[in-house]
Design a protein around this ligand. Sequence first.
Ligand SMILES: [Zn+2]
Length: 83
Amino acid sequence: MGKAFESIKAGLTEAMAHAKRDPAAPRIVNCPACGKAIEWVAENRYRPFCSARCKGVDLGAWASDQYRIAAKEEPKPDPDAAE
Ligand SMILES: [Zn+2]
């Protein structure tokens, strides 16, 4: 019984320790840019991204997309459009 008790006690101690640290455990999210698991904490100013690079990648994609849309509206010189 001694051995079994020790095993249960060890398991309980571990479960208690886990429960104790779980509420404080940060939420794990996946970086939208690269899919890397990151901790959702206030210290991570790039959340939900894992890094400034991934945040920049997304912003860059957005910016280039906006630029493409803007560029499409630009009047282009048309040789046939004579006044
Ligand atoms: Zn990332």
